[in-house]
Design a protein around this ligand. Sequence first.
Ligand SMILES: Nc1ncnc2c1ncn2[C@@H]1O[C@H](COP(=O)(O)OP(=O)(O)O)[C@@H](O)[C@H]1O
Ligand SMILES: [Mg+2]
Length: 229
Amino acid sequence: MIVFQDVSLVYPNGVHALTEISLTVARGEFLFLVGSSGQGKSSLLKCVNREVRPTEGEVIVDGHGLGDLRPRAIPFLRRKVGVVFQDFKLLHQKTVWENVAYALQVTGASSRDVLRRVPRTLELVGIAHKSKMFPHELSGGEQQRTAIARSLVNNPLILLCDEPTGNLDPDTSSEIMALLARINAKGTTMIVATHNQAIVDRMRRRVVRLVNGRIARDEERGRYHVGLG
Ligand SMILES: Nc1ncnc2c1ncn2[C@@H]1O[C@H](COP(=O)(O)OP(=O)(O)O)[C@@H](O)[C@H]1O
Ligand SMILES: [Mg+2]
């Protein structure tokens, strides 16, 4: 589903964010991307939706090399690849319903489609009862559920989550990760960049660790740190 072939990324300021990354993520896989701040996690995720372009190597998403993707094709890529952030990035003047509906409307969806898909998605993430609320009226966990609904409403093949629990308390973090696991179980390929050691250790999924822009570890059923327990 996602293939990195010898990908390196040097930002215009000369920072080597990624170096010779080779990685294959299968359809339906759930992968934790770990590593301390500044090791390249966000940069790797940004290569998947072509927010940044590698300096070298190729990223292949759903069979398409992103290197020679036409600008016109980028909106289609972005529909296949949902993103969820630490700080939610909701539209503050729109309700929960409107935030999620808007993500569909910008793709040209019919109002019939919107009326069908928005409630279903709100239901799926457990936020349907707050659909008329504004983001500032919600808890952090509820805001993140809304953001996840907004990413999911277009039925993405892939969901990239960049420290999705970074602003949440431990219990809420567990609930959000459980939601991501449920979404993954329905078939969405998932990459979750996280510092949440407790959750990584509990969930025992594939763990890829970045150190200084390189893959330092890649383990099935891994833990946050190697060699513990
Ligand atoms: N747009 C950018 N321009 C220049 N350097 C950047 C940019 N984004 C990130 N970096 C640098 O690239 C390195 C990796 O950053 P990042 O991918 O954000 O790491 P992480 O998500 O693991 O904290 C860091 O040294 C960071 O300062
Ligand atoms: Mg980051």
